[in-house]
Structures are given as structure tokens and as C-alpha cells.
Design a binder for this molecule. Sequence first.
Ligand SMILES: NC(=O)c1ccc[n+]([C@@H]2O[C@H](COP(=O)([O-])OP(=O)(O)OC[C@H]3O[C@@H](n4cnc5c(N)ncnc54)[C@H](O)[C@@H]3O)[C@@H](O)[C@H]2O)c1
Length: 374
Amino acid sequence: MNNTLDNTPSHPHTFTPSLFADVYAGKKVIITGDTGFKGSWLAIWLLNLGASVVGYALPPKTKKDNYLICRLDKKVIHIDGDIRDYQTLLGIFSKYEPEIVFHLAAQSLVLDSYNDPLYTYSTNVMGTVNLLEAVRHTPSVKVAINVTSDKCYENREWVYGYRETDPMGGRDPYSSSKGASEIITSSYWRSFFSQDNTANIASARAGNVIGGGDWADDRIFPDCMRSLLNNKPIAIRNPEAVRPWQHVLEPLSGYLLLGSLLYTEGKKYSAAWNFGPLSKSMVSVRQLVEETIKQWGSGRYIIEHSSDSTPEAGLLHLDISKAVSELNWHPVLDFKQTVKFSIDEYRVDRFTSREIFNQRIKHIKKYIELRQKI
Ligand SMILES: NC(=O)c1ccc[n+]([C@@H]2O[C@H](COP(=O)([O-])OP(=O)(O)OC[C@H]3O[C@@H](n4cnc5c(N)ncnc54)[C@H](O)[C@@H]3O)[C@@H](O)[C@H]2O)c1
């Protein structure tokens, strides 16, 4: 199987100081997965850009989730719903008539996908079909971006990065569901969205994302925060596994930039895009944990030898040359800044929800400032 949306523009866009060309101000944007980690941060950024946000997702999983501690339930129009329920999803699209759609609703964990492949595939594969069908039947939609994962690629344990043209694959149910989601997006583009006067669609692939308000199980950074906050040692299983760590604002800046270009420039940006970190942010789990303990100021870790037989993929990272040269998108934060931003975003126990929300906005502004210095 070969990849996917192949419609790369020939003239790179210049990332201007007025980020995202003011495309989002006053626009109606649907985010699926707004109660999740990345979706909630995307909602905050879009609100700050002046968009009106409609969210569609399952309820948040814990009281400490970013969505709840920022009181996004008071700031967006949120509808509790299942992405597998096409009629309800279509009803939301018909009712709110969005111009821009970001699809982030997914079963997002590899280990959970081994435990429940049926749920993973029905959510991630048929969820993508439902989303694209809803876009297809809603004339107001001008732009839709499907957020998948670096794990969509067939992992050949290469030491070099995967390009957008490399084959889709995935050994475990989660990874293959993301590969399938990409293939579906490509098929919809070729079948329904390549003509004029149809929505401009694209897909976006990113790596291991960290940042405040993520409490998902079996993710290393939330595991670190749970342990450090409870004065317990951090248990790590694969200390030498190297991962492409990114702060959440990095891929989100890529999605927003891509969305603005699809909106203003149209189909020449309808393609698949990698938004990964610089290679120097690709460090091992051990290095991430050691840097986190250092910046936290205390703590320790232990290496746990698991009897669990579920295999974890080895090295997989993204080649971001295409996004750099065609979108003029660049990662901004180095590895230490990535950890620093993230730790600060977890140290909010004594903050009110307003203060937490304002801290998120402050980080977005700081991020933009740093970007403009590049
Ligand atoms: N966090 C990462 O490191 C990372 C890395 C690569 C790709 N991604 C992808 O980015 C997207 C967002 O990830 P995240 O970290 O925010 O995940 P998350 O698990 O924090 O959030 C997932 C969101 O999807 C919603 N959802 C799950 N199943 C649903 C269903 N059946 N119906 C409706 N909504 C449903 C949840 O309610 C939640 O809002 C996902 O597609 C994920 O696979 C995440």
C-alpha cells in the first residue's frame, strides 16, 4: 500500500508574524475529541484566535483532564457523543454548519488497542469514515484535517525518518487503525474531494506529545507526573526506547497553519503532512525521565521488567522536510524547553481554572514569540 494524499504545492508559504493569516477569527470550528488532551489544547488556541468552537466527543475521563481544569465546558459548545454514531454526528454538522473541522476523536492508546481491538478499529477506522461522510454532506465545510499519528507508517525500524510517501502499515491494532485512517482519507480525497467546490481535506501525523492536563494511562509523561506528585518512584519499562518527544503546541501549530493554508490557498495543500520534532529532541525514555526529575527538583525512577508480552515498537520518527520546506513550519522548543513548559503546566494544583486557562494562553503567546524569533 502506498501513501496517500499526494498534492504537494510547489511554492512554500511564508509563516508571517500574523500567525495563521487571521483565518480563524469569527469562524465556526468543529473539533472532534475536544475533551481529550490535544483537542482541549486546540480548543484553547482556537478560542484565543477568536474562533467559535463546537466540540463532539465522549465525556472527559478524569476531573484533572485539561478540558475540565480549564473549564472548557463553559467556553465551547460541547456535545457528548460517539464518533461511531453517524446520524448524531451528521445532525451536529447540519445544525452548526462549521467552516473548519479538526478530527481528533480516537482511541489513542496502543496498549488499550491490544485489550479492545474491536473498539479501537470501530472508533478509529469507521470514525474516520463517519467524519468524512459528515464533511461530504455539509456544504458549509471548507477545510477538514484528520489527525492521525507517526505510527501510521509501516515500521521498518529504520534509523532515518519516515516520509509522507512511505507505505502505511502498523503491527498493533492502534497503529494499523491509524494507517487505515490515512488510506481512507486519501481515498475520500481522490473519490470525493479533489473537485473544485468541495472541502479541502488533509491529514497530519505527529509523534509522542507531552504537555499539561494529560492523565492518560500508560503514557510516560503522565506516569512521571503521577509518581512525582505522589512522591513515588517512576516505573519505566523500556528505558532505552527513543521517542520523538514534542510539546503539544508544536503539532497544534502545524495543524492550525495547515488549516489556514487550506482555507486561503485551497487544494494545493490537500496532502498528508508530518509534524515531528527536530532530531535532537529524539531522546530515550531514560533521558526524558532524568530531565523531568532534574527540572522537578526531586524524585527517582526504577526500571520495571514487565511480564506483559505485548510488544512495543522500536524507533520510529518522522522526516519533517516537507512541512519545513512547503509550509515553512518549524519545531520551536528544544528538549529542555519542552520539559519545562510541560512541568509548569502540571504544577497548577493551587490555581483556579481561570488561572490555569490564562497560563495555557501565556504559553501559547510565549510559543508564538519564540517561533517569530526563528
Ligand atoms: N498524545 C499523543 O502523544 C499522540 C501522538 C500521536 C497521535 N495522537 C493522536 O492525536 C489524536 C488526539 O490524541 P489525544 O492525545 O488528545 O488523545 P486522548 O485520548 O486524550 O483524547 C481522545 C479524544 O477522543 C475522544 N473519543 C475517544 N473515543 C471516542 C468515541 N468513540 N467517540 C467520540 N469521541 C471519542 C475522547 O473523548 C477524547 O476527547 C488522536 O487521534 C491520537 O491518536 C496522539
